[in-house]
Design a protein. Structure first.
Ligand code: MF3
Ligand code: CO
Length: 250
């Protein structure tokens, strides 16, 4: 599938769904604390999404059973929320949210601290966010996609983190996952040229140890093979003639 360049009407729709995602991520700040279940976080997120007349993009996506991914500590992505999973002081949790309104998706993730956390955990959160912003320095019409990838990798490594290689960012729009695939490491070649109107979900996924991951028996939960701490930070963005617009921030 070719990369879809969006019309201004389509971009407006992605802006609206992305704003709902941003609102959910903002609300999660107050809910993430010791003692809360990830199932409760999922219920709150779904409620906010539906209150806007939108639908949770992830629910039933290839059979995924929830509205958010709730990925704790060594779980890097696709953790399935549960009433039985209770957050504990010192953990870190990535919450990934997608919303679909009027046929267009927005997709973003943040990693949150549960109460007081270790310096290493703090560093992991900061590294994922800083890697995203390092990539943004190259997000501009006329640049090439892999410049973003390379900048993310360089920043992640400057924190001593490794970059997950088995999962990537992606185009976002009428589909949750569109072309192009957006690795968080520099692949061979420059990749496609960036054009104004491309909408991309850029999502560094990092590990404190090695980058190898395992997918558990549920077919979703993805953990670092060495059990090391992981972090994730994602925004849906629009490429513009002069740079970019972040769609999933309030
Ligand atoms: N942000 C993740 C991604 O873009 C969320 C997908 S979870 C799924 O890959 F359940 F929808 F697959
Ligand atoms: Co995504």
């Amino acid at each position: 599938m070719a990369i879809v360049v969006k019309s201004s009407e389509e971009i407006d729709k992605i802006r609206k769904s992305s704003r709902i995602v941003a609102e959910v991520l903002e609300a999660m700040k107050q809910y993430v604390k010791p003692g809360v279940s990830t199932g409760k976080l999922d219920a709150v997120a779904e409620e906010i999404i539906r209150s806007h007349g939108a639908t949770p993009s992830f629910k039933n996506y290839h059979g995924y059973p929830a509205s958010i991914c709730a990925s704790v500590d060594d779980c890097v992505i696709h953790g399935i929320p549960s009433e039985k999973q209770i957050l504990k002081e010192g953990q870190i949790i990535s919450i990934d949210v997608g919303a679909c309104l009027d046929g267009f998706h927005g997709d973003a993730a943040r990693t949150y601290a549960v109460g007081e956390i270790s310096d290493l955990a703090r560093k992991m959160i900061e590294a994922a966010e800083a890697s995203f912003w390092a990539g943004m320095e190259y997000a501009k019409e006329g640049n090439h996609l892999h410049e973003i990838s390379g900048a993310i990798e360089k920043k992640a490594k400057s924190y001593g983190c490794s970059v997950i290689r088995d999962f990537v960012g992606h185009g976002v729009g009428a589909l949750l996952h569109e072309d192009p695939a957006i690795p968080n490491y520099k692949p061979v070649g420059r990749g496609p040229k960036l054009t104004a109107g491309m909408t991309l979900a850029i999502e560094p996924m990092l590990a404190a140890g090695d980058w190898a991951v395992d997918v558990l028996e549920d077919g979703w939960t993805t953990v670092s093979r060495d059990g090391s701490l992981t972090s994730h930070y994602e925004n849906s963005i629009l490429i513009t003639p002069t740079g970019y617009e972040i769609l999933t921030m309030l």
